[in-house]
Design a protein around this ligand. Structure first.
Ligand SMILES: [Zn+2]
Length: 215
Protein backbone atom coordinates (compact mmCIF):
# COMPACT_ATOMS: atom_id res chain seq x y z
CA UNK A 1 0.00 0.00 0.00
CA UNK A 2 1.28 3.46 -0.82
CA UNK A 3 2.27 5.42 2.27
CA UNK A 4 0.32 8.32 0.82
CA UNK A 5 -2.93 6.37 1.19
CA UNK A 6 -2.19 4.66 4.47
CA UNK A 7 -4.71 4.01 7.17
CA UNK A 8 -2.21 3.02 9.87
CA UNK A 9 -0.01 4.95 12.25
CA UNK A 10 2.57 7.60 11.37
CA UNK A 11 5.42 7.84 13.89
CA UNK A 12 7.33 11.11 13.82
CA UNK A 13 10.87 10.09 14.80
CA UNK A 14 12.40 13.56 14.43
CA UNK A 15 13.78 15.58 17.33
CA UNK A 16 12.65 19.18 17.88
CA UNK A 17 15.34 21.53 16.54
CA UNK A 18 16.66 24.01 19.06
CA UNK A 19 15.05 22.22 22.00
CA UNK A 20 15.77 18.49 21.80
CA UNK A 21 18.58 18.56 19.21
CA UNK A 22 22.17 17.99 20.31
CA UNK A 23 25.05 20.11 19.03
CA UNK A 24 28.03 17.89 18.27
CA UNK A 25 31.11 19.32 20.03
CA UNK A 26 32.67 22.03 17.85
CA UNK A 27 29.71 22.20 15.46
CA UNK A 28 27.58 25.28 14.75
CA UNK A 29 24.93 25.57 17.49
CA UNK A 30 21.37 25.90 16.21
CA UNK A 31 20.43 29.57 16.21
CA UNK A 32 17.24 31.08 14.81
CA UNK A 33 16.11 34.68 14.99
CA UNK A 34 13.29 36.73 13.58
CA UNK A 35 14.06 39.23 10.82
CA UNK A 36 10.43 40.34 10.71
CA UNK A 37 7.34 39.76 12.80
CA UNK A 38 3.64 40.45 12.30
CA UNK A 39 3.70 42.24 15.65
CA UNK A 40 6.23 44.73 14.21
CA UNK A 41 5.32 45.11 10.54
CA UNK A 42 1.67 44.06 10.60
CA UNK A 43 2.04 41.72 7.58
CA UNK A 44 4.43 38.77 7.93
CA UNK A 45 6.75 36.80 10.17
CA UNK A 46 10.06 35.54 8.82
CA UNK A 47 13.21 34.25 10.48
CA UNK A 48 16.79 33.29 9.69
CA UNK A 49 18.72 30.28 10.96
CA UNK A 50 22.35 29.40 11.57
CA UNK A 51 22.33 25.65 11.45
CA UNK A 52 24.74 22.78 10.85
CA UNK A 53 23.99 20.46 7.94
CA UNK A 54 24.21 17.77 10.67
CA UNK A 55 21.78 19.35 13.12
CA UNK A 56 19.11 17.29 14.85
CA UNK A 57 17.60 14.45 12.82
CA UNK A 58 19.67 14.40 9.64
CA UNK A 59 21.14 12.32 6.82
CA UNK A 60 24.87 12.00 6.06
CA UNK A 61 26.08 11.84 2.45
CA UNK A 62 29.43 10.21 1.58
CA UNK A 63 30.90 13.70 1.00
CA UNK A 64 30.68 14.16 4.79
CA UNK A 65 33.86 12.17 5.35
CA UNK A 66 35.18 10.96 1.98
CA UNK A 67 36.94 13.51 -0.20
CA UNK A 68 35.42 13.83 -3.69
CA UNK A 69 32.53 11.43 -3.04
CA UNK A 70 28.79 11.88 -3.57
CA UNK A 71 26.87 14.85 -2.25
CA UNK A 72 23.35 14.73 -0.84
CA UNK A 73 21.68 16.25 -3.91
CA UNK A 74 23.12 13.56 -6.16
CA UNK A 75 20.76 10.98 -4.65
CA UNK A 76 17.24 10.53 -5.98
CA UNK A 77 14.34 10.86 -3.55
CA UNK A 78 13.84 7.08 -3.78
CA UNK A 79 16.90 6.58 -1.56
CA UNK A 80 15.03 8.32 1.26
CA UNK A 81 11.68 6.49 1.00
CA UNK A 82 12.31 2.86 1.83
CA UNK A 83 11.25 -0.20 3.80
CA UNK A 84 12.70 -0.11 7.29
CA UNK A 85 13.21 -2.45 10.22
CA UNK A 86 13.24 -1.06 13.75
CA UNK A 87 15.56 -3.37 15.67
CA UNK A 88 15.64 -3.27 19.48
CA UNK A 89 19.16 -3.27 20.97
CA UNK A 90 19.79 -4.37 24.54
CA UNK A 91 23.55 -3.75 24.66
CA UNK A 92 24.25 -0.54 26.57
CA UNK A 93 27.69 0.08 25.04
CA UNK A 94 27.48 -0.69 21.35
CA UNK A 95 25.44 -2.37 18.65
CA UNK A 96 27.10 -5.67 17.79
CA UNK A 97 26.32 -8.14 14.96
CA UNK A 98 24.99 -10.69 17.48
CA UNK A 99 21.89 -8.57 18.09
CA UNK A 100 21.22 -8.23 14.34
CA UNK A 101 21.48 -11.88 13.36
CA UNK A 102 17.82 -12.74 14.06
CA UNK A 103 16.45 -9.83 11.97
CA UNK A 104 15.17 -10.56 8.46
CA UNK A 105 17.38 -8.02 6.68
CA UNK A 106 16.81 -7.58 2.94
CA UNK A 107 18.98 -5.59 0.49
CA UNK A 108 18.00 -1.93 0.22
CA UNK A 109 16.28 -1.85 3.60
CA UNK A 110 16.89 0.77 6.25
CA UNK A 111 17.93 -0.63 9.64
CA UNK A 112 16.98 1.60 12.53
CA UNK A 113 18.50 0.73 15.88
CA UNK A 114 16.39 1.41 18.93
CA UNK A 115 18.85 1.63 21.80
CA UNK A 116 19.07 3.02 25.31
CA UNK A 117 19.61 6.40 23.65
CA UNK A 118 15.89 6.47 22.82
CA UNK A 119 14.63 4.66 25.89
CA UNK A 120 16.39 6.99 28.35
CA UNK A 121 15.63 10.23 26.47
CA UNK A 122 19.33 10.79 25.77
CA UNK A 123 18.77 11.47 22.05
CA UNK A 124 16.25 14.23 22.77
CA UNK A 125 18.02 15.72 25.81
CA UNK A 126 19.57 18.63 23.86
CA UNK A 127 22.90 17.94 25.58
CA UNK A 128 25.90 16.06 24.22
CA UNK A 129 27.34 13.31 26.38
CA UNK A 130 29.98 10.68 25.63
CA UNK A 131 27.78 8.14 27.34
CA UNK A 132 25.78 6.72 24.41
CA UNK A 133 25.27 3.58 22.39
CA UNK A 134 26.98 3.62 18.97
CA UNK A 135 27.51 1.18 16.12
CA UNK A 136 30.49 -1.17 16.37
CA UNK A 137 32.73 -1.59 13.34
CA UNK A 138 31.80 -5.29 13.19
CA UNK A 139 28.10 -4.40 13.00
CA UNK A 140 28.79 -1.79 10.30
CA UNK A 141 30.60 -4.51 8.37
CA UNK A 142 27.57 -6.77 8.79
CA UNK A 143 25.24 -4.04 7.43
CA UNK A 144 27.47 -3.61 4.37
CA UNK A 145 27.48 -7.38 3.86
CA UNK A 146 23.67 -7.37 3.96
CA UNK A 147 23.62 -4.55 1.34
CA UNK A 148 21.25 -2.35 3.31
CA UNK A 149 20.39 1.08 1.89
CA UNK A 150 20.58 3.04 5.12
CA UNK A 151 21.27 2.67 8.80
CA UNK A 152 19.70 4.86 11.45
CA UNK A 153 20.94 5.58 14.96
CA UNK A 154 19.21 7.31 17.84
CA UNK A 155 22.09 9.65 18.60
CA UNK A 156 23.78 12.66 16.97
CA UNK A 157 26.60 10.42 15.69
CA UNK A 158 26.79 6.74 14.79
CA UNK A 159 30.48 6.22 15.66
CA UNK A 160 31.39 5.30 19.20
CA UNK A 161 33.05 8.08 21.23
CA UNK A 162 36.71 8.52 20.35
CA UNK A 163 36.39 6.74 16.98
CA UNK A 164 37.74 8.88 14.11
CA UNK A 165 34.65 8.25 11.95
CA UNK A 166 35.66 4.72 11.02
CA UNK A 167 32.05 3.47 11.04
CA UNK A 168 30.92 6.51 9.01
CA UNK A 169 33.57 5.75 6.39
CA UNK A 170 32.83 2.03 6.30
CA UNK A 171 29.13 2.65 5.62
CA UNK A 172 29.36 5.68 3.35
CA UNK A 173 32.13 4.23 1.16
CA UNK A 174 29.83 1.24 0.55
CA UNK A 175 26.78 3.30 -0.45
CA UNK A 176 25.01 2.83 2.89
CA UNK A 177 23.54 6.20 3.87
CA UNK A 178 23.38 7.23 7.53
CA UNK A 179 20.40 8.67 9.38
CA UNK A 180 21.32 10.20 12.74
CA UNK A 181 19.40 11.76 15.61
CA UNK A 182 16.19 9.72 15.35
CA UNK A 183 14.01 9.22 18.41
CA UNK A 184 12.52 5.71 18.48
CA UNK A 185 11.18 5.88 22.04
CA UNK A 186 7.54 5.36 21.08
CA UNK A 187 8.10 3.06 18.11
CA UNK A 188 7.57 -0.70 18.52
CA UNK A 189 10.09 -3.02 16.86
CA UNK A 190 8.98 -4.14 13.42
CA UNK A 191 8.71 -3.24 9.76
CA UNK A 192 7.68 0.18 8.40
CA UNK A 193 8.06 2.54 5.48
CA UNK A 194 10.64 5.22 6.31
CA UNK A 195 10.47 8.70 4.80
CA UNK A 196 13.41 11.01 5.53
CA UNK A 197 13.84 13.45 2.64
CA UNK A 198 16.85 15.79 2.82
CA UNK A 199 16.90 19.36 1.52
CA UNK A 200 18.34 19.68 -1.97
CA UNK A 201 21.55 21.42 -0.92
CA UNK A 202 24.11 22.05 -3.68
CA UNK A 203 27.29 20.08 -2.84
CA UNK A 204 25.61 19.13 0.46
CA UNK A 205 27.51 16.84 2.83
CA UNK A 206 24.28 16.16 4.71
CA UNK A 207 20.93 17.68 5.57
CA UNK A 208 18.40 17.93 8.37
CA UNK A 209 15.28 15.87 7.62
CA UNK A 210 11.80 15.31 8.99
CA UNK A 211 11.85 11.55 9.48
CA UNK A 212 8.67 9.51 9.83
CA UNK A 213 7.79 5.84 9.94
CA UNK A 214 4.55 4.70 8.37
CA UNK A 215 3.02 1.52 9.73
ZN1 LIG B 1 25.94 13.54 10.51
Amino acid sequence: MSPLHHTGTIYDISVLLGVESITYPGDQPYNRKHTGTIAENGIFTVSTMAISTHAGTHVDAPAHCIQGSRNIEEYGADRFILPALVIPIKDRQSIKPEELKSADIKPGYALLFKTENSNTGRVSSGVYSKDYVGLSYAAADYCVEKKVGMVGIDYITIDLPGEPMTVHRKLLSNDVLILEGINLKDVPAGEYTLLCLPLKIKDGDGSPVRAVLVD
